[in-house]
Design a protein around this ligand. Structure first.
Ligand SMILES: *[C@@H]1O[C@H](CO)[C@@H](O)[C@H](O)[C@H]1NC(C)=O
Ligand SMILES: *[C@@H]1O[C@H](CO)[C@@H](O)[C@H](O)[C@H]1NC(C)=O
Ligand SMILES: *[C@@H]1O[C@H](CO)[C@@H](O)[C@H](O)[C@H]1NC(C)=O
Ligand SMILES: *[C@@H]1O[C@H](CO)[C@@H](O)[C@H](O)[C@H]1NC(C)=O
Ligand SMILES: *[C@@H]1O[C@H](CO)[C@@H](O)[C@H](O)[C@H]1NC(C)=O
Length: 374
């Protein structure tokens, strides 16, 4: 009986707590960010790696942009939906010198990027030569050179670059780590996280005061991961059909990241540092795909992947002795996975809506108000 009362009290008090939080949240002023500076991998690259190396190919971009727009998707990424929500134009990649406008931010993310330094063979194994520390270095150059040109009163810079005083009022978003754990090279997660936090601190010393940091998604649920598993042993897959060992690594990374961010929040006492649980949002989507209007969550819209073959989206190749072109599926809005590794625009839209209001964040704060110190 006592136990039950305690339980009831606990439920009551925790729901009371939630209401208070939600009410307090609404009272916090919106941040009116001057800009967004983003760091990460292909989950949030809006064209950097493509600008640096090779042009993107159709059918990427078909759903929203009507052309390949440098994103590994048929349309917008989560970072694009965040920009929309904040009333800021889609971010130009720092590496793109053509037609870019950096007045309201820049994107330093590059597809294939890791937290660790890539090895010499980065190109063969799909790693980006612009890991997190280089992205932070690019931001440093961006900031220093922006200030130089603005102080010179350069006419062209005035229209395309921020003012020196705008940097401390920007939102700094980070989504990286998936590539470090996906290939699982026996590097202790704690070491990877030390490098991660070092760079976040580096941004703080360069003037960043509002951080919105995504944890890493359920990589064990990526169709590419699942399709490569032959005759899984009992318990190898979880109840939703995802590879358990891969998800466990992501969960361990996320748990430690959350702890490190909590420590950092105390250390950088004049900064607002928000941890966002993307894993839960993505896993919820995958485990409830059918109820949410999607088809089989392991279906791939663009590309052919199986044991012994990979024909990536937009490429020609050979599958079981037949020449194929990997084009788009009939209805991308019903498919969660665009190309076996990256999400479709429809899936990105759902996940973005799930995280924007802060209900999966620590502290639970809407991205519009995330500059407020909790
Ligand atoms: C943002 O603008 C609104 C409306 O002008 C204002 O009420 C609010 O205080 C501003 N927020 C900050 C953090 O300055
Ligand atoms: C950037 O700073 C300038 C000069 O202080 C200010 O007028 C402008 O409103 C700021 N821009 C944004 C987008 O906050
Ligand atoms: C580079 O190679 C070393 C040694 O094989 C490995 O431990 C490390 O994880 C690799 N780094 C990356 C980013 O692949
Ligand atoms: C290729 O062959 C394998 C083995 O027979 C089969 O499982 C797979 O579905 C085939 N792939 C395609 C795209 O037909
Ligand atoms: C946040 O948005 C999600 C998805 O739209 C919704 O389920 C949830 O109730 C919202 N939470 C709050 C605190 O508004």
């Amino acid at each position: 009986m006592m136990l039950m009362i305690n339980l009831v009290l606990w439920i009551l008090s925790s729901s009371a707590l939630r209401t208070t939080n939600a009410d307090e949240m609404i009272k916090l002023p919106p941040c009116n960010y001057s800009a967004i500076y983003n760091f990460g991998d292909s989950n949030s690259d809006t064209g950097g790696i493509f600008a640096a190396f090779y042009p993107p190919a159709p059918p990427s971009g078909e759903t929203y942009f009507g052309r390949p727009a440098g994103r590994a998707s048929d349309g917008r990424l989560i970072i694009d939906f965040i920009a929309d929500h904040l009333g800021i134009a889609y971010l130009s990649p720092y590496l793109d010198s053509i037609g870019s406008n950096f007045q309201r931010g820049a994107n330093f993310a590059t597809g294939g990027a890791t937290i660790q330094r890539p090895n010499g063979s980065w190109f063969e194994n799909g790693r980006s030569p612009f890991p997190l520390e280089i992205q932070v270095e690019h931001f440093t150059q961006f900031k220093d050179r922006t200030s130089y040109f603005q102080n010179q009163g350069d006419e062209c810079s005035r229209k395309r670059l921020p003012q020196p005083g705008n940097f401390s009022k920007a939102l700094f978003t980070i989504d990286i780590g998936q590539n470090d754990i996906a290939l699982g090279q026996n590097i202790p997660i704690a070491n990877i996280l030390n490098l991660f936090i070092l760079q976040v601190r580096g941004l703080y010393y360069r003037g960043a005061r509002a951080f919105w940091i995504h944890n890493t998604g359920p990589i064990g649920c990526l169709p590419l991961t699942v399709v490569k598993v032959q005759n899984p042993a009992p318990g190898y897959l979880d109840e939703n059909g995802c590879v358990k060992s891969q998800n466990d690594m992501a969960l361990e990374f996320n748990k430690k990241l959350k702890d490190e961010i909590a420590k950092l929040r105390k250390e950088l006492s004049d900064a607002a540092v928000v941890y966002v649980d993307m894993y839960s949002a993505k896993y919820e989507l995958i485990s409830h795909a059918k109820n949410l209007g999607f088809e089989d969550p392991f279906e791939i819209c663009c590309g052919y992947h199986g044991i012994g073959y990979d024909v990536w989206c937009g490429n020609k190749g050979n599958v079981n002795g037949t020449e194929v072109f990997a084009g788009s599926c009939a209805n991308p809005s019903k498919v969660i996975s665009w190309d076996s590794v990256h999400y479709s625009e429809a899936a990105n839209h759902w996940v973005a809506n799930r995280i924007l209001n802060g209900s999966l964040s620590d502290p639970p704060i809407d991205v519009k108000r995330a500059c407020n110190k909790q």
